[in-house]
Design a protein around this ligand. Sequence first.
Ligand code: NDP
Length: 246
Amino acid sequence: MSDTRIAIVTGASRGIGKAISIRLAKEGRHIALVSRSAGPLAEVKHAIESAGGKASVFATDVADNKAFAEAIEKIASDLGRIDILVNNAGITKDGLILRMSDDDWNAVVQTNLTSCFVAIRAAARHMMRGKFGRIINISSTSGVVGNAGQANYAAAKAGLIGLSKTVARELGGKNITCNVVAPGFIETDMTAGLPPEIKERIQQMMAIKRLGVSEDIAAAVAYLTADDAGYVTGQTLCIDGGMTMC
Ligand code: NDP
């Protein structure tokens, strides 16, 4: 079996997940690229391989528990092991609580929280076998301090923090760490629709007077998934330009 560490990154087709995939590949990891769209994932794989890295595409809907658990087993059998899991795939369906539908609540909780539980349960077995694991759940500052119009999203993202602390306690003795990275405002497709004046207002709330970029998040994930980050677990690292300082 190769010594190369195998890293699953969900939501790898664009935005933060793409940047994390490219960064971890630069750190020498073989990336299992997961999202629903095979075409964009193939482009990310090409970018990684052109730079001398390793990546494989596993197009899957993380909101489908059965399909996602099966995909994780396929990654383990195709690539030989699972060392790193980055649960990054996420969606928003914003609305004020009085008008939020059950469907919008359930869709966001399923994709942003339940999928992470499914992935951790499946991947942890392989990490235990390899006596090594690094799990990162991508939350949000909305999950730490709340955000009007995001009851579903903030609840799911806060749930990730409790999930991660519990996994950290359950699996710490097996050399498996579990941490949360909570981005603030990062320029991606998810935030592209916001009017410029709102972006300007958000920027003024930050100690560092710029919006975040995906690479800011990727750098934190690279640190927390490193072999020598094994004494850091159960933590939530807010990367938000000093917006919340939480
Ligand atoms: P994008 O909307 O740019 O990308 C979302 C990614 O998730 C895509 O790769 C998409 O792939 C994937 N995805 C969504 N639903 C599914 C699904 N059901 N199955 C598989 N993949 C799915 O978002 P960002 O890059 O901005 O966000 C990444 C993470 O960071 C999310 O968890 C988000 O909540 C979090 N975050 C982002 C912030 C920001 O300011 N941008 C702030 C705080 C947190 P595809 O469509 O190909 O399936």
